[in-house]
Design a protein around this ligand. Structure first.
Ligand SMILES: [Zn+2]
Length: 115
C-alpha cells in the first residue's frame, strides 16, 4: 500500500529559517526530523524553479501523529515565551532546550529576570 518512505513529509516551509525552527522544535520534543531541499536555498538566482522550498521530513513513521500535533502548535505560535541565546543572541522559543542556531544550552541569565 505504501513504501513507508513517501509518507513522511511533514511540512513545506516558507524559508530555511522556518524549516530549522520546526526541526529544532520537533527534536526538542523527541521527534527526529530532517530538512530536504536545504542546499537548494543557497543558490537563489541560479534556480529557475520555485519547487525548492525546504521541506521537513520525519525519520520515524511512528512519530507521525505526535509530529502533527506539534506542528499544529508550531504553526499557531503557541509558544510560551522565548529566551535569548547567551552565545549568539538568537531568540529561541521556551520549548527549545538548545539554541537552534548554535546548540548552546541557555543559562539562567538568558531568561527574563524576575524580581
Ligand atoms: Zn545561539
Amino acid at each position: 500500500m505504501t513504501d513507508g518512505l513517501g509518507k513522511l513529509k511533514l511540512f513545506t516551509a516558507g524559508d530555511i529559517i522556518e524549516a530549522h525552527l520546526l526541526q529544532a522544535f520537533l527534536r526538542s520534543q523527541g521527534v527526529d526530523a530532517v530538512i530536504k531541499n536545504e542546499s537548494l536555498q543557497t543558490g537563489l538566482g541560479e534556480l529557475p524553479f520555485v519547487e525548492s522550498w525546504p521541506e521537513v521530513w520525519l525519520i520515524q513513521a511512528r512519530d507521525w501523529d505526535k509530529a502533527h500535533q506539534l506542528l499544529a502548535g508550531f504553526i499557531s505560535g503557541e509558544t510560551i515565551g522565548e529566551w535569548s541565546c547567551p552565545v549568539c543572541g538568537e531568540r529561541n522559543p521556551d520549548t527549545f532546550e538548545l539554541c537552534w542556531v548554535c546548540a548552546k544550552v541557555p543559562t539562567d541569565e538568558a531568561y527574563e529576570f524576575r524580581a
